[in-house]
Design a protein around this ligand. Sequence first.
Ligand SMILES: NC(=O)c1ccc[n+]([C@@H]2O[C@H](COP(=O)([O-])OP(=O)(O)OC[C@H]3O[C@@H](n4cnc5c(N)ncnc54)[C@H](OP(=O)(O)O)[C@@H]3O)[C@@H](O)[C@H]2O)c1
Length: 305
Amino acid sequence: MKAIVVTDGAAGAAGMTLLERPEPTAAINDVIVEVHASGYVPTEAGWPSTGRDRSGHDRSPAILGHELAGVVTALGYGTTGLTVGQRVFGISDWHRDGTLAEYVAVESRNLAPLPGDVDFTVGASLPISGLTAWQGLVTHGRLRSGQTVLAHGAAGAVGTMVTQLAREAGAHVIGTGRAADREKALDYGAHEFIDLDNEALEDVGEVDLVFDVIGGDIQARSARLIRAGGTLVTITGPAETRPRDGLAIDFVVESVPAQLVEIVQRVRDGRLRTNIGEVASLDDAVTALNPTTRRTGKTVISVRP
Ligand SMILES: NC(=O)c1ccc[n+]([C@@H]2O[C@H](COP(=O)([O-])OP(=O)(O)OC[C@H]3O[C@@H](n4cnc5c(N)ncnc54)[C@H](OP(=O)(O)O)[C@@H]3O)[C@@H](O)[C@H]2O)c1
C-alpha cells in the first residue's frame, strides 16, 4: 500500500517520503480501516511517539498521521462494537503506524461511527481539533456558562473549535492570533479579538479560562490574567507557568468515541463548523504537509478521493 513515512523528524518536508509499505494486520481488538481521508497536525513529525513505540524502541521509518475517516475492512481477534463495511472516524495510537496510508490498524475503542451524511474529508478534520477543544474546555477546564475564555490561536484548527464550543456553552470568548486572523476568528464566534503582534493582551482584563495553543511568553502573560479559581489549559506541553490562585493543566488529547459522537452531531445540525484549509491527495501530501507553510485551517489528505 502507499503511505507517507517520516525518515527524519527534524527535516520538515525533506524528511517525509511517499513509499510502498506492507498492509497492516489486525491485532487483538483492532480493526483494519481503509482510510478515505486523514487529518494532520503540522508538528507531528517531531513528536517523540513518532519515532518510538511504547517500549521506547525505535520504530522508524514510521507512517505519519493520526486522524482518520474511513471504512472498516477487517476485525482482529475479539474485536467487538464495529462491523466490516462500517464508516468510522477517530484518532489512531500515537505510538503506532498512522493514517497517511491506504490502510491502518486501530483499536476499535478509539473509533466512533461516522454518519453517512458526513463526508470523509469533514470526518477526518474533526477528531484531534474537536476532541482537544472538548477535553480542554469540558473535561479539564470545567467551563461553566457565563465564564470568560481566552482562546489563543482562535483562527487555527483547534482554536476555531474552542471558540465555537465555548460560545455554545454560554461563555464570553476572547480570541487571539495574528492581525490577518481577526475576521475569521470573529466569524467562528469570538466576541472579541486581540492581535497578539500589535495589541496588548493585558487589555482583556480578567478571564476564567485560558486555552493556550502557543506556550512561552504568551502562556506566562495569560496566566497572570486568570481570576481566582480559574484554569490555564495548555496543549503545548507541560505548563511552564501557573495562575497565582488557580490550576494549570496540560494534556494530550485522547480518542473518546462518546465525545466524537457529540462533535459530529453538532456538525450535522449546524452548531459546529469544521475549519479545513488545504485538501490534497496522498501523492501530493508531502508538499501539502510541509511544516514551514503557513496554514489557514486543518490540512486533510484525501487518501481515496
Ligand atoms: N496536546 C494536544 O493534545 C494537542 C492537540 C492538538 C494540537 N496540539 C498543538 O497545538 C498547537 C496548535 O495546533 P493547531 O492544529 O490548532 O495549529 P494551527 O491550525 O496552526 O493553529 C494555531 C494558530 O495559532 C496562531 N499562533 C501561533 N503562535 C502565535 C503567536 N505567537 N502569535 C499569534 N498567533 C499565533 C497560528 O498563527 P500562525 O500560523 O501565523 O503562527 C495559528 O493561527 C500545535 O502546536 C499542535 O501541535 C496539541
